[in-house]
Ligand binder design. Structure first.
Ligand SMILES: Nc1ncnc2c1ncn2[C@@H]1O[C@H](COP(=O)(O)OP(=O)(O)OP(=O)(O)O)[C@@H](O)[C@H]1O
Length: 235
């Protein structure tokens, strides 16, 4: 495991109103590795991801990054409206704006990255379809391809496999493994324990606090499962 953290969080407190959702949370995310963030509904996982992505401001504490590129953030719900007449290829191409700016023409290299990311998620047959006409799972793959196309040093994903069939989940797992192999730090929020067990590092959130952190096999112990989820063993 790389000793160097890509992200270091210190004493983070975040809330939406007066009540904090995360309370004095400190954690590190190893560089070039996959970290799974797990915890029950409402434990603060998406909030933590939003702070790392820079879309939420902490009330107190700090988030430090080792690298400077803006993170690629694949949120649970996309900001792209269904009514926009935007194709799957356009959606994935938007991932290159981080490099090119929205109004500059894509280079041949940009277009090659877009095609490659669509191919990895088996989106080429859907490339010309309107994003708004896709099924939930197809749309989720398109948004993930957009995140991959950004080629950021940090990829943040909020439940990328939620609601997807086994084949789509396999494609996503493979795509994330490939991305990690290229040196990207991947952080994914998940409710899928099998996915969490495949990660290099695991953070368990409970009621806005960090209950455990470390190798998944070391943190998803019967004691932690019982305390956090009220279950005795992994489902
Ligand atoms: N925009 C918001 N405004 C007010 N409260 C919010 C907002 N978003 C989340 N919360 C609250 O913050 C708490 C943590 O929510 P968060 O979405 O971070 O949890 P989560 O662990 O990602 O949950 P889930 O597994 O259900 O996605 C919850 O109590 C939630 O109601």
């Amino acid at each position: 495991m790389s000793d160097q953290p890509e992200i270091t969080i210190r004493d983070l407190t975040v809330g939406y109103g007066r009540e904090p959702v995360l309370h004095g949370l400190s954690a590190t995310f190893p560089r070039g590795r996959m970290t799974a963030v797990v915890g029950p509904n409402g434990s603060g996982k998406s909030t933590l991801l939003g702070v790392i992505a820079g879309v939420l401001r902490p009330a107190a504490g700090s988030v430090e990054r080792a690298t400077s590129s803006s993170p690629a953030f694949v949120a649970q719900r996309s900001a792209v409206s269904d009514s926009l007449p935007i194709s799957v290829r356009d959606t994935v191409s938007m991932g290159r704006w981080a490099h090119r700016g929205p109004w500059r023409r894509l280079t041949a290299q940009d277009r090659a990255v877009v095609e490659e990311c669509m191919a990895r998620l088996e989106l080429l047959p859907l490339a010309a379809r309107r994003l708004g006409s896709l099924s939930g799972g197809q749309r989720q793959r398109a948004l993930l391809a957009q995140g991959l196309a950004q080629e950021s040093e940090l990829l943040l994903l909020d439940e990328p496999g939620a609601g997807l069939d086994a084949e789509a989940r396999r494609l996503i797992t493979e795509a994330l493994e490939n991305t990690k192999a290229l040196g990207t730090t991947v952080v994914q929020v998940t409710h899928d324990f099998a996915e969490a067990m495949r990660a290099d590092h695991c953070l368990v959130l409970h009621d806005g606090q960090l209950t455990a952190a470390g190798a998944p096999g070391d943190v998803l112990t019967p004691q932690v499962l019982e305390k956090v989820w009220g279950i005795r063993s992994l489902p």
